[in-house]
Every structure is written in structure tokens, then in C-alpha cells.
Design a protein around this ligand. Sequence first.
Ligand SMILES: [Zn+2]
Length: 160
Amino acid sequence: MATSSTNTWRRSQETTLKDVVDDVSSSQKYHVESVVIVAVAFRKDATYPGCTLCRRRVHLREIGFTCVSHGAQQDAPIYRYRVRVLLSQPAHPGQELWVTLWDEQMRCFVEFDADVFNHLSTDEKAQTLQHLKGTRVRVDLTKETCGKYTSYNVTDLTVL
Ligand SMILES: [Zn+2]
């Protein structure tokens, strides 16, 4: 097996979704080949209002939109995609995994940005997101555990 420059980066082509779920080490990154998007969660929060200086979600307070790092925003927030998709791995069935796609990955699928998406009708939004379904991709994932909750974030995605 090829070794990588950092011991936290798993570059094996054999990495499966089950490996990702079963791995108990913290702050891991994974590279998973040939997974298929089998479902897309369609909720009203497929986008989020982001800070103009960082990628954090801003929250509406009495003084306006506020970032926990940057305080009150002078400008309107920038909307970014945050889409939950279910991955399956045909070569290694038995483990599916809900992961989050962000703005960078959604650019592989959608030609317009999240602000435009927000102005679509509910049907158009659903159709746009359903286009992802059935796509075969390779992904880089991170796994973050906070208490009993574990979240999986896609940091890089290539449509195969
Ligand atoms: Zn910020």
C-alpha cells in the first residue's frame, strides 16, 4: 500500500464507507473512490447565510447579521450551499453514509450560486437537487465527532 506524506491522510483506493464509519480515530480525512449519490435531502436549508469574511453561518441579531468570529456584518450575508446527500458504494454494499456538500462541491452540479437557488420555486429547487441523484463520484471526506453526533463533510469531489 502506498504511504502518504501525512499519517492522517488515507489514500488507499480500498477505503470503504464502512471503514470511514468504523474508524474511531479523531480528525481523520478519507479518500473514497467510486461512490454514488443515492438520495438528496430536500429541506429549506439547502443553503445558509454566510459571513462575508469567513464561511461561518451568520445569525440574525438585533444589531443585524452577526458572525461569531467577525461580529456584526456591514453587508448582507453571502448565501452558500449546504446540501446533505446519501452516499452508497456499489462495490462495497451494506454501508451508506449521509454527508454534507458545500459551495465548492455544488459547483460541480449547479451552474448558479446559492443566492439564485434561493429564488427558485420549491419545484425548481427539488428538481435542481434531484439532478445529483445517481451521480458517481470520488470524494475526500472529513469526519468530526462532537459528543454523540458525528458529521461527515466533503472537502473535495470529482464527478466520475
Ligand atoms: Zn466570519
